[in-house]
Design a protein around this ligand. Sequence first.
Ligand SMILES: *[C@@H]1O[C@H](CO)[C@@H](O)[C@H](O)[C@H]1NC(C)=O
Ligand SMILES: *[C@@H]1O[C@H](CO)[C@@H](O)[C@H](O)[C@H]1NC(C)=O
Ligand SMILES: [Zn+2]
Length: 445
Amino acid sequence: MSVNSDSRMVLFTLVWTLQMLLSFIQCLELRYHNSVEVEKYLTEISQNYSDFTHLYSIGKSVEGRDLWVLVLSKYPKEHRIGIPEFKYVGNMHGNEVVGRVMLLQLIDYLTQGYGSDSFVTRLLTSVRVHILPSMNPDGFEASERDCYNTVGRYNKNGQDLNRNFPDAFSGNEEQGQEVEVQAVMKWLKTEMFVLSANLHGGAVVASYPYDNSNGGSELQNDASVSPDNDVFVHLAKTYSISHARMFYGNVCNDVNFPLGFTNGFYWYALAGGMQDYNYLWGWCLEITLELSCCKFPPESELRGLWEDNRAALLAYIKQVHLGVKGQVLDANGTPALNAEVKVMGRNNLTPYRTNMNGEYYRLLLPGKYTFRVSLAGHEPLTETLSIPNGTEQFSALTHNFQLRALETPSSGSQSSASPELKQYRYSCTMLVAQLILLACLLCSF
Ligand SMILES: *[C@@H]1O[C@H](CO)[C@@H](O)[C@H](O)[C@H]1NC(C)=O
Ligand SMILES: *[C@@H]1O[C@H](CO)[C@@H](O)[C@H](O)[C@H]1NC(C)=O
Ligand SMILES: [Zn+2]
């Protein structure tokens, strides 16, 4: 071989290696992708990383676009007992597009990091992350690239999806919901979500429930305060202080939000919002994240926005491990469906109930809490637990509640029966059973 062809060989190898490397670390371009491109991207991701991703649609928009959700987790295809379900929802207002871009970048980041980055790997091993980059794809397609106008905010029927949910404070009406809202309501029934955030634009702040009030006891100093207010404040604050600038509180120079978070109602009241619905009817703590002053910023700003939000998006998912989780077991040791798990001192408007696996999840800050667990036909159980900060362990405290059957009314005095008496009764029963068995055996001869 001549020197010439040798060096050509080296050059070729170099270029080839570089290309391979580049294609390997290539990230999703930081630009706006339309619905067709997003669908193609998510489909490829679910094929290329099928061992830890799963793509499904929760329904279709008015114009027939699928509402695609990508799950990222060691357990992508189905729920596992003890593994909490988390979700991010973007682009519910079609012209508020930063959340949509952030969620696609997050998918890219998580798929690149799983198996190589220890934080990402631990995260996806401990939780199922569901990502719906766009809840309003029709609105996105209709948007003008404008900072402030409202073209594309609404769905194809001109409805504001964040005013379209049944509202506990104003009648709870479950009728006439838009198809996009119906899809999310159904989704909340099929997955037992524990924690969620819903991404918007037009301000920079983390806002938490309630968004509405009917002037009852929840109304305190112009805020509408839920029984889990301490947890909501922690969640909103976690996002804000993990974000590069949100905690300044005055990023958009119009309103000032101390430390970058606010009670939703205190900011402005709204009925039919998604976060209140998630909390009250999905037992899922959801907050609303406003990520940019400009609703549809120039593409050149997207890289900076991703840098600002990346750590916060990751830190927020980790909060799914606050508190306590486990199963409620009935008198036979079988996981009990529909058992109520109440935390004393927290009068939730709708009680937390166990799912078909008997599971419950309660997000709580570290501390001591008394639980009251009840189930039909069983004695109510009261137990006090010390709850540590589970986020560091990537797992909430695991605790199962074992219930005991109610004594039957006909033997009402039994609850006071001594152990000796119970033993005596047991022996009698066994004796009778043995006699019957013996009689049967004799008869058969
Ligand atoms: C998926 O893999 C194919 C084939 O290697 C590649 O061309 C494509 O860019 C990959 N897509 C994504 C989103 O990773
Ligand atoms: C849990 O611990 C982490 C790290 O020590 C801390 O940043 C976080 O605020 C703690 N969470 C709570 C709810 O106390
Ligand atoms: Zn919005």
